[in-house]
Design a protein around this ligand. Structure first.
Ligand code: IPM
Ligand code: MG
Length: 409
């Protein structure tokens, strides 16, 4: 049995560490995204990918093992290949068998892909092409990227305390359209010189469905939605603005909708991030703004994400890349992947208590003063730990901490 989108998005609220809200606030004007309803045992495809991927995966698996022991839930974790490792093994960045395995799973947990080794490959043999193929083939059109500043990490941001303290922004990024997938595209010789081009294109229905997801998310949070575009220059953005306005004014009348040009949004995110609650944008603007938003939080190593479609399993992955320069050095931060696993619990597996347990354990470890290199500050009196040690510490809290205000199913 599948749960309706709004049951799932009901958890995308501001009220807890990442997203918790009463499922009763469900409105009726939504399309349906599917999630598995609560079970005792789930099949999860794990994609460790490249670079730091395998080590953050190992740390996350340790945390998930602790979670299973505590909750009695069973996770059947089965690994598969994507990205550079898939190119090396199968000459394909997203092999058919990986797609089949993902489709047959309850959910997919991905680490990260890419590396210098494959950077000069033809595009069809680049790790990023595998990631894009996965998003497209699995219909993952909605990408939720929360940037919430944890009190323990306020000083980690390069911005002033008064600017970032209390920031809690959700970027809803469209993920299967735009200039990422538009055709025609290519590099041709025109009049004796090379000309490169991609097509920034959105259909009405693509804009409408992401606007609905954003409307749902915003209505469970602060009811403030900023739609980002470049409508002063781009026709595709004018359509974006028109359709978002139509959907939100018609079906989400309690939401305060405003529009912002992307250049201004980039500036406002740094100037006064607290003005934002939920942001909706197309694929490329969301790619850029979500990296920017991560710097409010202090490190890209802290940002999880959820990619969800109309049906089938979602994919949960950190927003960061594969950091090949530090791969294998045990200095990567596994927390974004652990928090992505929390999003998987909540959005795909109908396990909000387990999600909260993971999020609380991450906060507890930070409260205890453990820091990986990316979130360590000179003179912060915190203890520098490696990826493995960070995973072990989170696992220990998962096994032992008491949960206040635990959500009951
Ligand atoms: C992201 C990444 C990807 C993207 C790359 C690796 C293709 O930057 O998930 O934000 O551009 O979407
Ligand atoms: Mg990106």
């Amino acid at each position: 049995m599948k749960l309706p989108l709004l049951t799932i998005l009901a958890f995308a609220s501001k009220s807890s560490a990442f997203f918790v809200a009463p499922a009763s606030k469900i409105s009726s004007n939504s399309q349906v995204l599917n999630a598995v309803s609560r079970k005792d045992s789930y099949d999860i495809t794990v994609l460790p990918g490249d670079g730091i991927g395998p080590e953050i995966t190992t740390a996350t698996k340790e945390v998930l093992a602790a979670l299973c022991s505590r909750s009695g839930m069973k996770l059947n974790l089965k690994e598969a290949l994507i990205g550079g490792c898939a190119i090396d093994a199968k000459n394909d960045p997203f092999p058919d068998e990986t797609l089949e395995q993902c489709r047959g799973s309850d959910s997919v947990l991905l680490a990260c892909i890419g590396g210098y080794k494959w950077d000069k490959n033809p595009r069809e043999l680049r790790p990023e092409t595998g990631l894009l193929k996965m998003r497209k083939e699995m219909g993952l059109f909605a990408n939720l990227r929360p940037a919430k500043v944890l009190p323990q990490l306020v000083e980690t941001s390069t911005l002033k305390r008064e600017v970032v303290e209390g920031v809690d922004v959700m970027v809803v990024r469209e993920l299967t359209g735009d200039v990422y997938f538009g055709t025609p595209k290519g590099i041709d010789i025109i009049d004796g010189q090379r000309v490169g081009y991609n097509n920034m294109i959105y259909s009405e229905s693509e804009i409408e469905r992401i606007a609905r997801v954003a409307g749902d998310v915003a209505s469970k949070r602060g009811k403030k939605l900023v739609s980002v575009d470049k409508a002063n220059v781009l026709d595709v953005s004018q359509l974006w603005r028109d359709v978002v306005t139509e959907v939100i004014t018609k079906d989400f009348s309690d939401i305060e909708l405003s529009h912002m040009y992307v250049d201004n949004a980039a500036m406002q995110l740094i100037r006064n991030p607290k003005q934002f609650d939920t942001i909706v944008c197309g694929n490329i603007f969301g790619d850029i703004l979500s990296d920017e938003a991560s710097m409010l939080v202090g490190s890209l190593g802290m940002l999880p994400s959820a990619s969800i479609g109309e049906s089938g399993p979602g994919v949960f992955e950190p927003c960061h890349g594969s950091a090949p320069d530090i791969a294998g050095d045990n200095i990567a931060n596994p927390l974004a992947m652990i928090l992505s696993a929390a999003m998987m619990m909540r959005y795909d597996l109908d396990r909000p208590e387990e999600a909260k347990l993971l999020e609380d354990s991450v906060e507890a470890v930070l409260e205890k003063g453990l820091r990986t290199a990316d979130i360590k500050q000179d003179g912060d009196n915190c203890e520098l730990v490696g990826c493995k040690e960070m995973g072990e510490a989170v696992a220990e809290f998962v096994s032992s901490i008491k949960i206040e205000n635990e959500i009951t199913a």
